[in-house]
Design a protein around this ligand. Structure first.
Ligand code: XMP
Length: 256
């Protein structure tokens, strides 16, 4: 089963669109054993309320890909969930290919990449590697932070249509053309979710980060057209992560 189908099936069966961003603040690397245990504990306590886990450099850097993180990916799979690597791959094709090979070999079901680098000698090698491993690629379309407009909101000239369009519209069209498994649009910009959803419709699902601490609201993002919400610190930094995750899932289960 493809990554896209797997995550959709899990989300529908469990009635949850929540992708957990398993992020923690910087800690002295000598405390990696404690960090690993913390990640395991959060996963153990909240897995009933989520459909996937997104891992970022927050864990890959201190734990290492083939030591700690690969073990966590196995635990994620044992719980019936998919694992996404948020590496925002953004290099030349040859390097992108190696990045993808390592993360897919470590067991990740999908990775996030940046469409700014384009296709030939850019993201094509990632999509080729993904099809070889039968894994997914999710593209950034409009990020959740305050300055997102400086890059994703720029007006660009589309050589094909000879029209000026916003960068994020261009990226959304690329996501469709390249048959991406998802597009990331910040929950902090529901109007952008709506606009990008108009382009992607049901073909490319929208993943929306920026819920809670960054200011986005889960229900608003889902109603605007996001299929999945990515939630990190709101859950991982909570005194009781399972209480927060359970409450959040209860508030959105009817929209899935
Ligand atoms: P928080 O703690 O803010 O974590 O809920 C969100 C997670 O998602 C990442 N993030 C993004 N990832 N595009 C992405 O691909 C975005 O626009 C974006 N905004 C936040 C963030 O790094 C963290 O892991």
């Amino acid at each position: 089963m493809s990554f896209k189908a797997k995550i959709e099936e899990t989300a529908k069966n469990k009635k949850t669109p929540i992708v957990l961003a398993l992020d923690f603040p910087y800690q002295n690397p000598e405390s990696r054993t404690a960090l690993f245990a913390k990640a395991q504990n959060v996963l153990k306590s909240i897995h009933p309320y989520i459909c996937a886990v997104k891992i970022n450099h927050h864990l890959v850097l201190p734990l290492g890909t083939f030591n700690g993180v690969q073990e966590l990916v196995k635990e994620i799979h044992d719980k019936g969930l998919t694992a996404i690597m948020d590496c925002k791959a953004n290099d030349v094709g040859a390097s992108n290919q190696v990045i993808a090979e390592y993360y897919y070999t470590a067991g990740f079901d999908a990775l996030i990449a940046n469409p700014f680098v384009g296709w030939e000698e850019g993201l094509k090698p990632i999509f080729d590697t993904a099809s070889k491993f039968q894994r997914g690629v999710i593209l950034l379309a409009y990020m959740s932070h305050k300055a997102a407009n400086e890059g994703y909101g720029q007006t660009v000239y589309d050589n094909e249509t000879r029209k000026k369009i916003p960068q994020y519209v261009y990226f959304a069209r690329k996501a469709l053309r390249w048959n991406a498994d998802g597009a990331v649009v910040g929950a902090t910009y529901p109007e952008k979710i709506r606009e990008i959803h108009e382009i992607l419709r049901e073909k490319v699902p929208i993943y929306s980060p920026g819920i809670g601490i960054q200011g986005g609201a889960a229900e608003t993002a889902l109603k605007a057209g996001a299929q999945y919400i990515i939630v990190g610190r709101e859950i991982t930094l909570a005194k009781n992560p399972s209480v927060v995750a359970k409450k959040l899932q209860a508030s959105v289960r009817s929209i899935v």
